[in-house]
Design a protein around this ligand. Structure first.
Ligand SMILES: [Zn+2]
Length: 232
């Protein structure tokens, strides 16, 4: 059983979790946690000029560089960009990693997205947590995962009904988070979409709500939106 607490982000494409949750991963790593990113696909079909093979190799190298900046361990699963489905194989592949890592916190995509790979990633992560936690599913003899808190990241492609609920002050790690964006061609704006502008503006708005510099927001299941008080 790992002796440090750990946090795992499960993303559809390399870059999804570095952009939408990277600052949170780094904050936990700096606090002594083990941080991990699971890439279900490389996002290899995202280039207008490169073949999926060439761009996949580039994305993998970019994700490895970004993980080093964020002090996280990357895990690459062999599924295909644009063809990600919530299959049992995919859930089992993620569940095996969850049992090895034994995370206290899991982050993944919000359930509603304009990208079907993202909604598949949400379903895969949920099913993987279920499979990892049930002791009667044998996964290569790995011990069952204890209960972990599930959070959904604030992603520009997953906005419908996304309700920010938990906010992390990320002001102190903005420089390193930007450095992780810069590891990716798309993070440098070369793909046409201004990723950094969106994420820095979004986290600045959340920061204003918190009366700080920048903040990263996460949604949770409605069942977890309960707070006990002695008096109102
Ligand atoms: Zn994506």
């Amino acid at each position: 059983m790992p002796d440090k607490p750990s946090i795992v982000a499960v993303g559809a494409h390399a870059a999804d979790m570095e952009f939408s949750a990277g600052a949170a991963l780094l904050k936990h790593a700096q606090a002594g946690w083990d941080a991990h990113v699971i890439h279900l696909t490389l996002g290899e079909k995202g280039s207008a000029t490169l073949s999926p093979e060439a761009y996949g190799a580039q994305k993998r190298a970019e994700a490895e560089a970004a993980a080093a900046v964020l002090q996280a361990t990357p895990h690459f699963l062999p599924f295909a960009d644009g063809e990600l489905f919530a299959t049992e194989d995919a859930a089992l592949a993620v569940a095996r990693i969850l049992r090895q890592v034994q995370p206290q916190v899991v982050i993944t995509h919000w359930r509603e997205s304009i990208h079907s790979d993202h909604t598949a990633a949400y379903e895969i992560a949920r099913r993987a947590m279920f499979l990892a936690g049930i002791r009667h599913f044998d996964l290569d003899g790995l011990p069952p995962m204890r209960w972990a808190r599930l959070y959904f990241a604030d992603n520009w492609e997953d906005p419908d009904h996304f309700r920010p609920y938990h906010f992390l002050d990320i002001t102190a790690v903005m420089e390193q988070w930007k450095a992780a964006f810069d590891c990716f061609a798309i993070g440098r704006g070369e793909g046409g979409f201004p990723y950094w502008d969106w994420y820095q503006a979004r986290t600045r708005l959340h920061g204003i709500a918190l009366r700080t510099g920048h903040a990263m927001a996460f949604a949770v299941d409605e069942a977890r939106m309960i707070q006990q008080r002695d008096l109102l």
